[in-house]
Design a protein. Structure first.
Length: 245
């Protein structure tokens, strides 16, 4: 069976790499016997060239981006890093959109104390889906589509999108919009994979919310989704061309 190469962005914050390591352990627990390796685009080691070359030499592998949207990192940075490594590894699709991401968001809100199983609670609660934000309009549109689907399938009073970087709206703006829409309670749910600068920024801005969820982190649903993307890529191989002279 091909190895699974998990490609994460990386961060100077040590909590990021610790979260990725915990997620890898969850993937291994769900799929015993599958080799799982990790490589980073930036800040952390090992980098993509170090790991991609070794896996290519060892045989089959599939690269799975630990990314929520198909933005700049997925479209440009990862393919470029693989090409620079002379790698022809197949690359899986990014994680979003998926019902499993909505289930992971539900999990984190429940852990934060919100009764997500109660239709009455959901109908009174407005949620801020707090994402990183992107200069790619398609990526931001995808995040807004996730918010719309989350409201439609769960029956929240409202779901507003806020961004920790790029242009607004910011979390306080989104919380105000929820209250204007009639939400009796408010929750902030980071649509981010691991702790770091942007989640800390969201936490600081969410002081007015009734509930603040954690990042998605090593949620079981996230590990299941990574394995789904891995399996899909094994069936429909899309390789990144190696560098040519």
């Amino acid at each position: 069976m091909p190895a699974l190469l998990l490609i994460a962005h990386g961060s100077r914050d040590p909590r990021h790499a610790a979260t990725v390591a915990a997620l890898v352990e969850e993937v291994r627990a769900q799929r015993p016997g599958t080799e799982v390796a990790t490589a980073y685009l930036d800040h952390c080691a090992p980098r993509i060239p170090q790991v991609a070359g070794r896996l290519a030499d060892a045989g089959d592998a599939v690269a799975v981006p630990l990314l929520l949207n198909r933005a700049f990192h997925a479209k440009h940075d990862i393919p470029a890093a693989l090409r620079a490594a002379g790698s022809r590894l197949p690359v899986a699709e990014v994680l979003g959109p998926s019902p499993l991401l909505l289930a992971a968001l539900d999990r984190r809100l429940a852990e934060a104390g919100l009764d997500v199983t109660s239709p009455a609670v959901r109908a009174r609660t407005g949620v801020v889906l707090a994402a990183a934000g992107s200069s790619d309009p398609a990526a931001d549109a995808a995040t807004r589509a996730v918010a719309a689907e989350w409201r439609r399938t769960r029956g929240w009073a409202a779901v507003e999108v806020a961004y920790a970087s790029a242009t607004g709206p910011r979390v306080p703006d989104a919380l105000a919009a929820l209250r204007t829409a009639g939400a009796e309670r408010t929750a902030v749910s980071p649509y981010l994979l691991a702790p770091g600068l942007l989640p800390d920024r969201i936490t600081a801005a969410a002081a007015g919310a009734d509930v603040l969820a954690d990042t998605l982190g090593p949620a079981p649903e996230l590990a299941t989704l990574l394995l789904e993307r891995y399996d899909e890529a094994r069936q429909t191989v899309q390789t990144v061309p190696a560098l040519t002279a």
